[in-house]
Design a protein around this ligand. Structure first.
Ligand code: GLU
Length: 277
């Protein structure tokens, strides 16, 4: 009798422990399950003008935000039912793996290292690494001028920072921050000579303060922006790919890019072809 009770208690404790583990790692269910319930949590940047920006009034704007809203719409979720969550560069894979977001639309380059942890729909845009300097700077004119101990700023865990480390490590001092807005602040106060990341991101910062900052040189990498999602969730990936294709086909993509980042000093690249791997 006593043994029996101990056994029952033991089984109960194990069941409780299992339930606790299941609840521990973020929300249950796939992105499509959440969409069916009428809500989605989408990771974006909060500090990148023209791409993913949280405005002072609490609203969100930028090309990534428009892509996120369009995709959500195709999954049956209204814009007001989207919870936007900040997805800084170094945290993106973890946010997806832990189920803290359904997917991420945040200037997120598709690459093999990231594909070990997450899957990508897209690409929905093709950017290229470039350089941002103060408007009166004359000695940095492009990637070939990254010599002579220049101080460069980029973001931890980003592909541009990785690229600088691999290719220009001997010639530049790289400072790595958590966000590009911190890099731009360092550029303004003179503690770094240049900021490096994708041209479209830098163009957004330059447009925010006309006459003070400029993007220089030609883009020197290819950054395919994907929508990051849970590894192995092929159904969600297919649906998001359908949505990106529809956004391009019905003209919404062209309208969104023109309204958010297109301008006198930046010509966005044309819409890419979605890659159904
Ligand atoms: N596209 C690059 C990356 O995913 C740089 C932009 C970013 O850090 O979000 O690493």
């Amino acid at each position: 009798m006593r043994i029996n009770r101990a056994l029952r208690l033991g089984v109960g404790a194990i069941a409780l422990a299992l339930a606790a583990t299941a609840c521990g790692g973020g929300d249950e269910g796939s992105a499509l399950d959440h969409a069916k319930e009428g809500k989605l949590t989408i990771g974006i940047k909060f500090d990148q003008p023209g791409l993913g920006l949280r405005n002072k009034d609490g609203s969100y704007s930028g090309f990534d935000v428009e892509v996120a809203k369009y995709v959500a719409g195709k999954l049956g979720v209204q814009p007001e039912s989207i919870t936007f969550k900040e997805a800084p560069t170094p945290q993106r894979e973890t946010l997806i793996e832990n189920g803290q977001v359904d997917f991420i639309v945040a200037t997120y380059s598709i690459n093999d290292k990231r594909k070990e942890k997450v899957d990508f729909a897209g690409p929905y845009y093709v950017a290229g690494q470039s350089l941002l300097v103060k408007a009166d700077n004359t000695d940095i004119t492009g990637v070939e001028s990254l010599t002579g101990n220049k101080k460069l700023c980029s973001v931890k865990g980003s592909t541009p920072a990785q690229n600088v480390k691999e290719k220009y490590a001997k010639d530049v001092q790289l400072q790595e921050f958590d966000t590009y807005s911190l890099c731009v602040e360092a550029l303004r106060n003179g503690s770094v000579d240049a900021v490096t990341t994708d041209d479209i991101i830098l163009a957004g910062f330059a447009a925010q303060s006309p006459g003070q900052l400029k993007v220089v040189g030609k883009p020197f990498t290819t950054e395919n922006y994907g929508i990051g999602l849970k590894k192995g969730d092929q159904e969600t990936r297919d649906k998001i790919n359908d949505a990106i294709e529809a956004m391009i086909a019905d003209g919404s993509w062209a309208k969104a890019i023109q309204q958010t980042v297109g301008g006198a000093s930046f010509t966005p690249s044309p819409a890419p072809q979605v890659n159904r791997y």
